[in-house]
Design a protein around this ligand. Structure first.
Ligand code: GTP
Length: 230
């Protein structure tokens, strides 16, 4: 039996400065950047994770908060199976804008995608503008999973990704790739059809992980972003 790999495309969206990049950096490298350096466009990362005893890979798309001002649909949201809708508990405006983000992404993400409402900067409770009860109500209304986090104090950071991945797995939304000769198989979509026969797995779509931009385009993409920021 060939070994397989699960792959989940995750978007991280929310207003500028709510802490999206810090959440992602924390879960990937356990590092925290106190200074604010805005994300330009998107940043793409991969994280290995175990979900209910199976190895999986998260393709995490850290989206700039400026995306909300763009009226055009983003080509990068397509086929995401999990979304972190992040607001800052000390900025009510960022919470109000969650619905705008929801509307913006919901056109393109997978119809059964797992949406998670994340109230970041919970360490700044003294400056809190968004009561967690209000956030819970919103989450209930829209069917979001809800959690508060602190990238600074490493509160609920691992948990957010673990819960998101488990829920995606439970909904059978991940893509499956055979591990042998992986790069060739990802290029040749016909190999994915074999995986459909695996028991209890969903039908795989004829598209690549992260629309084919994970690797090797990732390096070029990040290089392009860096050179734009210089
Ligand atoms: P854009 O890239 O513009 O969309 O912003 P972002 O959402 O990625 O914000 P970023 O992660 O760059 O963080 C913005 C600021 O918030 C930085 O100065 C961080 O240090 C700070 N910050 C992020 N997370 C936390 C947190 O959990 N607690 C506190 N106190 N500050 C945080």
């Amino acid at each position: 039996m060939p070994r397989s790999r699960l792959s989940f495309k995750i978007l991280v969206v929310g207003d500028c400065g709510v802490g999206k990049s810090c959440i992602v950096n924390k879960v990937l490298q356990n590092s925290f950047r106190p200074s604010y350096i805005p994300t330009l466009g998107m940043d793409l990362f991969k994280k290995k994770i175990e979900v209910q005893g199976r190895k999986a890979e998260l393709c995490i798309w850290d989206c700039s908060g400026r995306e909300i001002f763009k009226s055009v649909r983003s080509p990068y949201y397509g086929n995401a199976v999990g979304v972190l809708l992040v607001y800052d508990i000390t900025t009510y405006r960022s919470f109000e804008n969650i619905i705008k983000w929801y509307i913006k992404i919901s056109v393109d993400v997978h119809p059964s995608a797992v949406l998670m409402l994340v109230g970041n900067k919970s360490d700044l409770n003294i400056k809190r503008e968004v009561m967690d009860k209000r956030a819970k109500n919103l989450a209930k209304l829209y069917g979001f999973v809800f959690m508060e986090t602190s990238a600074l104090q490493y509160i609920n950071i691992e948990e957010v990704f673990q819960i998101l991945a488990s829920e995606i797995y439970n909904r059978n939304l991940g893509r499956i790739y055979l591990l042998e000769n992986q790069s060739r198989q990802i290029k040749n979509e016909s190999h994915l059809l074999n995986v459909k026969k695996e028991p209890n797995r969903p039908q795989e779509r004829k598209k690549e992980c992260c629309e084919g931009m994970c690797f090797p385009w990732r390096l070029n993409w990040r290089w392009l972003m860096r050179s734009r920021s210089n």
